[in-house]
Design a protein around this ligand. Structure first.
Ligand code: HEM
Length: 405
C-alpha cells in the first residue's frame, strides 16, 4: 500500500491532558516503533523526525547536516520563522562551520565555567532580592513575573551591558519571537525594533566602552571583524537566548518540584552543592524545555536507523525523546533528582551545543537552592488544571505560576 501525506503524523504533537511534564505520547510512540520517520509540518512538508538517543547524537556531529534556514527544504517552525530567516541576517546559531566557529569564538570567553562561577555571589544576591520582594508583597504572587523572568533577564543584561530598565521593551518583543503562532507582521515588527535597539546600544559602546560583552562586540565591529548588522544580530541572539529558556526552566522546574514533594525535599534540605548540581541536570533532562526539536537540512544522503535521508530533506531532532529513552535513563518518566542525568541533551550536542549552559546551570542551582529553603511552605495557589502551559511556544514552560505560602 502506498502511503499518502495524510498518513504522516502531524508535528509538533499535543501533550496528554493532565501530564504537562511528559513529552507528547505520539512522539514517544514513534520513538518506540519508528525511530526515524517522516512527520508533516504546518506547510505540508514531510521532514524526518529522528527520536533515538544514539541517532540524535550521531546526527548532531554529522557535517552533512546544515543549520542554515535559508536553504530550500529547511523544516521551519512556522511561516513567521521562515519569513524572519529570509529577511534577517543569520546569527551563528544558524550558520555552519567555519563561519559559525569564527563568530562563536568571539563570544565564548565570558561563558567559560570559571568566569561564570565568579558570578555566583552576584546571582545569589539578585535571587535573594527577588525573594525578599516576594516575601514583602501580597499573596498570591505570579512566580514568572516575580522571579523566573526577571532573574535571567537581569543576569544577561549585566553580562551584555544592556540597561535592565529597558526589560519590558525587549521582553515583550522577544516573547513574539518564541511564539509558534506569531504572524509574519508581528514577528517582523518585533525583530526590527529589537535589532534597532541593539544597534543603538552597540553604537553607545563604541563611543563609551565598558567591561561587558556588547563592548567586546563593538570593538570587533570597529576592527572590521564583525559587520554592523551581524553584531546587532549576535547581541539579539544572546539577549533572547539568555532569558527565555532559563526563565521557562525556572518556572516549570519549580512547578515540577511542587508536584513531586519527595524530590523537592531533597533539593530543599541538601547542603551539598553536588546534589543540587545533579538535581539541576535531572530537571533539565526531565523537562527538556526546548521541545520543538532542533531543525536541520541534509546536504548529502545519510543512512540512519535503517532509513535513507536524501540531500535536500529536512531533519528534526527532538531532545525530549532521547532524554526519555529507558536504556539511557531508566524509568525516564520518574523525576529522580539523585540519578546521574549528566549525558542528557537538553542543551543540544556537538558544535551548536548551548553556549550559555554554564550560566543556565548556575542560575538554576541558585534558584532551586534558594527558593524552597527561604520559603519552605511554597505551594501552588491554583489547581494544576488552571495553570496555562506554553504549548504554543518554541520553548515549553508556563505563562503564569500563581504561588502562595
Ligand atoms: C536552561 C536554559 C537553556 C536551555 C535549555 C538552552 C538550550 C539550548 C539548545 C538546545 C541549543 C542548541 C540549538 C541547536 O542545536 O540547534 C542552544 C544553543 C544556544 N544557546 Fe542555549 N539554552 C539555555 C540557556 C542559554 C543561555 C543562558 C544562553 C546565554 C546567552 C544561551 C545561549 C545559546 C546560544 C548562543 C546558542 C547557540 C550555540 C551555537 O549555535 O553554537 N542559552 N541552547
Amino acid at each position: 500500500m502506498t502511503s499518502t501525506t495524510e498518513d504522516v503524523p502531524l508535528f509538533p504533537m499535543p501533550r496528554a491532558a493532565g501530564c504537562p511534564f511528559d513529552p507528547p505520547p505520539g512522539m514517544l510512540r514513534l520513538h518506540a516503533e519508528r525511530p526515524v520517520t517522516r512527520v508533516r509540518l504546518w506547510d505540508g512538508s514531510t521532514p524526518w523526525l529522528v527520536t533515538r538517543y544514539e541517532d540524535q547524537r550521531a546526527l548532531y556531529g554529522d557535517e552533512r547536516l546544515s543549520v542554515d534556514p535559508r536553504q530550500p527544504g529547511f523544516p521551519h517552525i512556522s511561516e513567521a520563522f521562515q519569513e524572519a530567516y529570509a529577511r534577517m541576517p543569520p546569527s551563528f546559531l544558524n550558520m555552519d562551520d567555519p563561519e559559525h566557529a569564527r563568530i562563536r569564538r568571539m563570544v565564548t570567553a565570558p561563558f567559560t565555567i570559571k568566569r561564570i562561577e565568579a558570578m555566583r555571589p552576584a546571582v545569589q544576591r539578585m535571587t535573594d532580592r527577588f525573594v525578599d520582594a516576594m516575601l514583602a508583597g501580597p499573596q498570591p504572587v505570579d512566580l514568572v513575573e516575580a522571579l523566573a523572568l526577571p532573574l535571567p533577564s537581569l543576569v544577561i543584561c549585566e553580562l551584555l551591558g544592556v540597561p535592565y530598565d529597558d526589560h519590558e521593551f525587549f521582553q515583550s518583543r522577544s516573547k513574539v519571537g518564541v511564539r509558534q503562532d506569531a504572524s509574519v507582521e508581528e514577528s517582523r515588527t518585533a525583530s526590527a525594533e529589537l535589532l534597532q535597539y541593539l544597534d543603538a546600544q552597540l553604537q553607545a559602546k563604541v563611543a563609551d566602552p565598558a567591561d561587558d560583552l556588547l563592548s567586546v562586540l563593538a570593538a570587533r565591529m570597529q576592527d572590521g571583524e564583525l559587520a554592523r548588522h551581524d553584531a546587532a544580530m549576535l547581541g539579539l541572539l544572546l539577549l533572547g537566548a539568555g532569558h527565555e529558556t532559563t526563565a521557562n526552566m525556572i518556572a516549570l522546574g519549580v512547578l515540577a518540584l511542587l508536584e513531586h514533594p519527595d524530590q523537592l525535599a531533597i533539593v530543599r534540605d541538601t547542603d551539598d552543592p553536588q546534589v543540587l548540581a545533579g538535581a539541576v541536570e535531572e530537571m533539565l533532562r526531565y523537562l527538556t524545555v526546548v521541545h520543538d526539536g532542533q531543525r536541520r537540512l541534509a546536504l548529502a544522503d545519510i543512512e540512519i536507523g535503517g532509513e535513507h535521508i536524501r540531500a535536500g530533506e529536512g531533519v528534526i531532532i527532538p531532545g525530549a525523546t532521547g532524554n526519555w529513552q529507558a536504556d539511557r535513563f531508566p524509568d525516564p518518566e520518574r523525576l529522580d533528582v539523585r540519578r546521574d542525568a549528566r549525558r542528557h541533551m537538553a542543551f543540544g550536542f556537538g558544535i551548536h551545543q548551548c553556549l550559555g549552559q554554564p550560566l543556565a546551570r548556575l542560575e538554576l542551582q541558585v534558584v532551586y537552592g534558594t527558593l524552597f529553603r527561604r520559603i519552605p511552605t511554597l505551594r501552588r495557589a491554583v489547581d494544576l488544571e488552571k495553570i496555562p502551559f506554553k504549548d504554543d511556544g518554541v520553548v515549553y514552560g508556563v505563562h503564569e505560576l500563581p504561588v502562595t505560602w
